[in-house]
Design a binder for this molecule. Sequence first.
Ligand code: HEM
Length: 502
Amino acid sequence: MFHFNRRRRHILNNCAQYVSTSQLRAGNKFRDIPGPLSLPVIGTLHQYLPFIGPFRFDRLHRNGFKKLKQYGQVVREEMVPGVNVVWLFKPEDIEIMFRFEGKYPQRRSHLALEKYRLDRPTVYNTGGLLPTNGPEWLRLRSVFQKGLSSPTAVQNFIPDVNDIIQEWLNRLQDVCKTPFLDYSHELSRLFLELTCFVTLDLRLNSFSKDELKPYSRSSRLMEAALTTNSCILKTDNGPQLWRKFETPLYKKLRKSQQFMEAVAIDLLSQKMTFFKEDRKKTESLLESYLSSPALDFKDIIGIVCDFLLAGIDTSTYTTSFILYHLARNRLCQSTLYQECKRLLPNPDSLITKEILSEAHYAKAVIKETLRLQPISVGVGRVLDRDAEFSNFHVPKGTVVVSQNQVSCRLEEHFVTPNEFRPERWLKNHELYTQPHPFLVIPFGHGARSCIARRLAEQNMLIFILKLTRKYKYQWDGQLLDTKSLLINKPDGPISLKFEKRL
Ligand code: HEM
């Protein structure tokens, strides 16, 4: 009897669940979207408290897995009373998010950075490209992307990028003798040098003896970018007390930005003097900005700071994960080496655009790394009009965030999703399948996608080809996962052992 009752109760529960789900599908109201409990005043903040709540602010992908499991493909979270975020897991819903982004795709991020800049009208015209929304964003974006969106413009950087990477590799010969080195700092230095070169057409010489010192300009710039990026997520979420008084977090952001902006102004002024002296040079990115009637000096200070913020850590962390996977997967590293040997018979050959176009395995390595460890858990948009996700109504103005990092690790989308298998991206390989186009989007999508995607991919490609041609490397550290600052950082040191190939 007991068993019968228990079984019936079980069936009834299931029926009740089924009925309520089907009713929801018919009703599909915004407030019906399942999600974590939100309390008055504190919203869902208690869910993130250490030892009490199930979620962590610095592990967004793990939160995402838990939310998907507990609440389903569409999750609503009232982070602060009245402020909702909708998390999307299904690629079909993610596609709808982009279809409803409107003429001026909006993100709600970098709010404290925007305040800092708008409070300084003598230095900046706007909050910059990262936080600005609406027509002002479009004005900035249209001019700033000119030298970065066409393949030919980006290919012009190849010879100089080749040289800078070669310099870094020359230094590696000595550096790799240092035991227990965390290579993330070395990579940061490389991507700082590349970002400054591309943006300002200027070398910082950050591998020089003086610049390697902890308080040098380049060391402090790397630190400033990291500090600002680490403050963004925390100041974007939760109560925005920093709007009323200077909180410790806002103070950190202000100080790091003040340093970055002082360097940007200094370098820009130097560069402008130099242009006056040397007018024969082919036009660089900075020259095109300076000669654009749509921009003034204050706009350019903003974009230089934005590029330093968005360019260094993104490429450093992605390259760190690329090396992590290759160092742990001998077969993948050896396949890549065979490709490098074929494309660069002489290890010191210069990289050309033809070589890059043939580097199919190397490109698959980058894509596979970004599937497993994308630079952000997903992409956010503020809805431009009412939309429906998996039959749930979501009103205009709501912040919606895709959860691609979570979905890319689901078996329903990829075979052995947690394994590093670059071959799955090679058209003639048996593992190849074409996933939904809105599943692997590490650079975002549409008009507001990463402005420097081509450049970032090109830099990382040149780097792994040149490095793998010359060095064998092994992993010498712990297993890595991502830790969410604003972007996903490896949660441990980049411990590698290098051996020069004969
Ligand atoms: C591995 C390298 C990189 C990855 C994975 C990456 C990824 C992203 C993503 C996901 C976005 C948001 C896209 C969206 O909302 O749809 C973005 C925006 C942006 N990225 Fe990148 N990025 C990388 C490197 C770079 C570099 C090297 C720079 C500059 C030198 C840069 C500058 C920017 C800027 C300025 C934006 C804001 C664009 C806008 O709002 O219009 N990124 N990036």
